[in-house]
Design a protein. Sequence first.
Length: 102
Amino acid sequence: MVFTPTAPLGRALRRLALTTKQAGKDYYKGTGSGSMGRHTKYGGYRIDWSKVRTYVVPDLSDFALKPFVAENIEKPTKKHEFAGIMSGQKYLDAWKYQGGDI
């Protein structure tokens, strides 16, 4: 009886990039670098604002998560204040003391 090793789990479940070999010859992915206007005959470039990508940012005023950096950390006054090496636990303790919450 011959046993063959199984493929590693990470390689078997990895999601591969979609290419024309999987999707067919009519599939075109692009690079996200489409034109935003046109060149003029004088060497300039005119922006066509209907082609410019705009992103809608949701209102995050009542968002439950906090940023990792506390808003009330003061800027150091001298360069040598943070010259020493700080351990991770010491940094977290200082961050919690400044008002951060995990």
